[in-house]
Design a protein around this ligand. Structure first.
Ligand SMILES: [Zn+2]
Length: 205
């Protein structure tokens, strides 16, 4: 086994995050080191994924990005920092890439990516609405977008969690189940994110 496989099997992104000084909070969340993260938006588990900037990958990608070193250097660093021995002779063998035509698996992967992108965009809108439309003390009614944010945020977190960390079967089920909703959400999101769609909302940072 080469250093890549050995390291990936022995160390999780969570362990590496801890080792290199990131504070792990509830639900394995950490403040993302790759963007200016005010609330911990990165989940570290076997892999890592940031719900804020979309940074994603395995433990080697993680360490390589943190220290600005190559994948091989990152793998070797992890092995040395965690005291893992590996077969040095095969250390420089790069992981094999499998090349194939557009298969059902690929078509599915694209659907899954789209689903993730749309749900994640929507999630960010909800988070924005929750702040932008928060009621004042003397408001008698809440803004509908604020209500929507409150009602749906947790569910969206749950769905995104499945898409990032779930088993293949769970993800496939979700992608199928939410196919229609994703399509209509995509349309709706574009109304809010298209810069020409609405005037007078600029100026906030
Ligand atoms: Zn991030």
């Amino acid at each position: 086994m080469n250093v890549f496989d050995t390291v990936k099997q022995s160390v999780t992104a969570r362990q590496a995050a801890e080792m290199y000084g990131l504070k792990i909070r509830r639900n394995n969340m950490v403040s993302c080191p790759f963007h200016n993260d005010r609330t911990p938006s990165m989940k570290v588990d076997n892999r890592f994924h940031c719900f804020g900037c979309g940074a994603d990958g395995d433990v080697i990608d993680f360490v390589s990005r943190i220290f600005g070193i190559s994948s091989l250097e990152a793998a070797q660093k992890i092995a040395s920092d965690f005291g893992i021995s590996y077969d040095v002779k095969s250390a420089v063998t790069k992981p094999k890439k499998i090349i194939c035509r557009k298969t059902d698996a690929q078509i599915y992967a694209e659907a899954e990516q789209r689903c993730f992108r749309v749900l994640s965009d929507y999630y960010h809108l909800l988070k924005k609405w929750e702040i932008d439309y928060a009621p004042n003390i003397d408001d008698e009614t809440c803004h509908p977008l604020f209500v929507e944010a409150l009602q749906r945020k947790t569910h969206l977190e749950y769905l995104l969690d499945i898409l990032v960390f779930g088993e293949i079967e769970e993800k496939a089920l979700l992608v199928m189940e939410y196919g229609k909703e994703v399509a209509s959400l995509e349309e709706r999101i574009s109304e809010f994110t298209c810069p020409d769609a609405e005037d007078g909302t600029g100026g906030s940072q």
